[in-house]
Design a binder for this molecule. Structure first.
Ligand code: TYM
Length: 334
């Protein structure tokens, strides 16, 4: 809660190209929530360097991601859209909260286990304390709600634990946030290995639909999607490929699963895959055209970056000062 208004925070990493999973699991929900909350949408570039990055590429991807937030429908006059690295309070609060987080808690984080297995040559301590930085992002803005895909649930739980622990010692300093995980779309799976989540870092480009893929590419990837051989469009755990396609079609079109099964009762997988591909491409067309307009308008995007970072800094510093005071740091002399 900030200035009497319920607050929402979320963020995405500026690494790789955004996928349909990011869009349906997070971004699409964000746009629906902008009128209900005071919202903060961050491009989390501090988190990105837990894995080695090419500097010029990271900078470019961060700008593309920030622009994409706007292209997807977030109005930067209503939503605070900014780079994490432009608000130093994230890193400062993170240090403090590191001192209120146990190694045992961090050892349980599945993302750390997965990422350190994948990047065994670079298991740095940033990767390990990643969830504390994420908790700081959320708690800095006294966030009531955090819209994310289901893969971030564990990070939200540790955020709540850290906030409660801090509040128990120092009084009500932080709002304890709730995750907002949409029902459908919370976990979009790989098109090639439907038991695995669709991920920006997947090396097989056919496994993911990228938000900026053109219509032909989208349809081609859906045609190649791995399914089963019984040719029956039915929503079932033992048919993960088709279940994923039904989920995608359902969140994209707003149609209920039962209605989709009826609609495709007499169709084969081929027709269904094309229908899903067309629906996804149609949903993304306006995002593409807005993106190409926005990338041409450098001055506008620069202004969003500047003014929104100022706003984020204002609120973040307010919480940071309060926390610094609580833990016993000396007051600043004005
Ligand atoms: P990131 O960048 O991996 O993903 C951004 C958002 O997309 C969701 N998502 C998915 N949803 C459904 N299906 C999928 N296949 C899928 N893949 C990704 C994620 O759940 C997420 O909501 N640690 C975060 C970034 C972060 C953050 C935060 C998020 C840093 N600080 C504070 C919320 C609040 C991450 O790496 O997300």
């Amino acid at each position: 809660m900030l200035d009497g208004k319920r607050t929402l925070f979320s963020g995405m990493q500026a690494t790789g190209d955004l996928t349909l999973g990011n869009y349906l699991g997070a971004l699409k929900n964000w746009v629906k929530l902008e009128n209900e909350y005071e919202t903060f949408y961050c491009v989390v570039d501090l988190h990105s360097i837990t894995v080695r990055q090419e500097p010029a590429i990271l900078r470019k991807k961060a700008r593309t991601l920030l622009t994409l937030y706007i292209a997807a429908g977030l109005d930067p006059d209503k939503n605070c859209i900014y780079y994490q690295s432009h608000v130093s309070a994230h890193a400062e609060l993170s240090w403090i909260l590191n001192c209120f987080t146990y190694m045992g808690e961090l050892n349980r984080m599945t993302q750390f286990k997965d990422k350190s297995a994948k990047h065994s040559d670079n298991i740095n301590s940033g990767l390990y304390t990643y969830p504390v930085l994420m908790a700081s992002d959320i708690l800095l803005f006294q966030s009531d709600v955090v819209p994310v895909g289901s893969d971030q649930k564990q990070h939200l739980e540790i955020t709540r634990d850290i906030a409660e622990r801090f509040n128990n010692i120092y009084g009500d300093v932080f709002t304890v946030p709730e995750p907002y995980i949409g029902e459908a779309g919370a976990r979009i799976m790989s098109l090639q290995e439907p038991n695995k989540k669709m991920s920006k870092s997947d090396e097989n480009p056919n496994a993911s639909i990228y938000i900026m893929d053109d219509k032909d590419t989208i349809i081609r990837k859906f045609k190649r999607a791995v399914t089963d051989s019984d040719n029956e469009i039915r929503y079932s755990e033992d048919k993960p490929g088709i279940k994923n396609l039904i989920d995608i079609y359902s969140v994209t079109t707003g149609k209920a699963v039962g209605d989709i099964e009826k609609e495709f009762l007499n169709s084969g997988y081929g027709d269904f895959k094309i229908a899903v591909g067309e629906a996804v491409a149609d949903m993304l067309t306006p995002v593409h055209s807005r993106m190409s307009e926005l990338t041409k308008d450098k001055a506008y995007i620069d202004n969003v970056i500047k003014t929104n970072a100022e706003k984020a800094n204002y609120y973040a510093t307010k919480t940071l000062r309060k926390v610094q005071r609580k833990v016993g740091f000396p007051d600043r002399i004005r």
